[in-house]
Design a protein around this ligand. Structure first.
Ligand code: GKR
Ligand code: MG
Length: 434
């Protein structure tokens, strides 16, 4: 089997005005659907980050990928995973809100790897997870990922989406949105994206969630580094009961040293709330430091930027060896990514926390999976027995997504600019803000 064609579909996906310490989400999130065609007449696909940066990264490997045997992924990974340029600089590209600067090549490899595994699965008539050792679990649990937001459901003008969750800026609204999500999807763990309101308000929101849902629903809060070390310790102390019970405190402050200090100070108070991260730990090179300093106890993996599903399995093994916990990070995404995340979660034994997903914030109108949105059963995505990822593409929907993309004036996520445009003309991301 050889790859005969690489097709890229840049799409725009309506997204509500969600807030984080990075600013405000734009009315459309950018994604790319990647397709490979093979000599056997099989099409494999994946979904990845959107915009010019990611498209350029994929275009740069076009000649390397076309003609390649999709089974020969290790060579491709070696070619693409050269971490350093000749002059010794890390091969970093551009900043995406929510993470450290990440390697474009790692993302590019991940997108190609997942499309190749999808094609191989279809050729062998086996689900993707079976190609990499088989499942450790039959369904991948996801968490209710709550956001503060302004009114609006995303999209622009005639293309505006219904505002399913309304404005969410108070503890009552956070609880209401969580109820809605849990009723609809059956999630059993809860995450609040913080770093938006003063810490006291976010503490109140977590406490209100605990009162409403009880200790059976583990809680986590992620302010994306908006707090100082002192504030992080204060929040950890105030929320000891709520977060130490199967939940975690995610990226409270910036940098591994800050995280390590928060951990030391909380432990000294007898507070063992684990610290999780998708900011201080974004690649394998960060893991030894996380362990050495004890700055991170739970690593948030993600097949899209940790280099694909096989890399995520390696991370799972590493976490087992080092005694670290593992969870999964997300960005706005559609059903193709959701299925890749679900297969990844199924084959990573160390991944014992429910994965993050932005999926509830997207709508049927934007879904590119044939047959519409993926169903959750009791908060989990059941791993299908169908070949590959287990879903097919709806090309009409992709065409609509591409049309939306073509009309947009931006080609890069910029939450700070969006915040200045709609909420506060002088807004800047300040770390720490509190
Ligand atoms: O969607 O605004 C967002 C999130 O803040 C996202 O960008 C993060 O990458 O969800 C992510 C996280 O856990 O940090
Ligand atoms: Mg995070």
């Amino acid at each position: 089997m050889r790859i005969t064609e690489l097709r890229l579909h840049p799409i725009a996906v309506a997204d509500g005005p969600l807030r984080s310490s990075y600013g405000l989400h734009a009315p459309y999130a950018l994604r790319t659907i990647v397709e490979i065609k093979t000599t056997d007449g099989i099409t494999g696909f994946s979904e990845t980050y959107g915009g010019d940066g990611q498209i350029a990264g994929l275009e740069a490997v076009r000649d390397r990928v076309v003609g390649m045997d999709p089974f020969q992924l290790t060579r491709l990974r070696l070619d693409l995973s050269k971490e350093y340029d000749d002059d010794g600089k890390r091969n970093q590209t551009w900043l995406v809100p929510g993470e450290n600067p990440l390697d474009l090549n790692t993302r590019t490899f991940a997108a190609i790897e997942i499309a190749c595994l999808d094609a191989i699965g279809k050729a062998l008539k086996r689900p993707l997870c079976d190609l990499v050792g088989g499942r450790a679990r039959d369904a991948a649990p996801f968490s209710a990922y709550l956001f503060y937001k302004h009114a609006g459901g995303g999209g622009i003008g005639d293309d505006a989406r219904d505002d399913e969750y309304g404005e969410i800026l108070t503890p009552e609204a956070v609880v209401r949105s969580c109820k809605q999500m849990i009723d609809q999807y059956g999630f059993k763990e809860i995450k609040l994206k913080g770093g938006v309101l003063p810490p006291e308000d976010e503490i109140a929101a977590i406490k209100a969630l605990r009162v409403e849902f009880g200790p059976k629903y583990p809680l986590r809060i992620d302010p994306n580094c908006a707090w100082s070390v002192d504030t992080s310790v204060m929040v950890g102390r105030e929320l000891k009961a709520e977060l130490s019970d199967g939940g975690y405190l995610e990226d409270p402050c910036a940098g591994m040293d800050g995280m390590a200090e928060v951990r030391r100070r909380l432990l000294a108070e007898g507070n063992d709330t684990p610290l999780a991260s998708n900011v201080a730990t974004t690649c394998f090179a960060h893991v030894p430091e996380a362990k050495r300093t004890d700055g991170v106890q739970i690593i948030l993996s993600d097949p899209h930027y940790w280099g694909g599903i096989r890399n995520q399995q390696k991370l799972s093994d590493l976490c087992e060896v080092l005694g670290l916990g593992m969870s999964m990070h997300s960005n706005n995404h559609l059903g193709v990514s959701l299925m890749a995340m679900a297969h990844a979660a199924a084959v990573c034994p160390a991944l014992t926390y429910a994965c993050d997903t932005h999926y509830p914030w997207q709508t049927e109108k934007d879904e590119v999976v044939l047959g519409g949105r993926i169903k959750f059963v009791d908060g989990a995505v059941v791993i299908p027995d169908k070949p590959g990822l287990g879903v097919e593409l709806d090309y009409d929907q992709i065409a609509r997504g591409c049309e939306r993309y073509d009309k947009l004036p931006y080609r890069k996520r910029d939450d700070e600019a969006e915040m200045r445009k709609h909420i506060d003309p002088n807004w800047k991301r300040i770390l720490p803000r509190w």
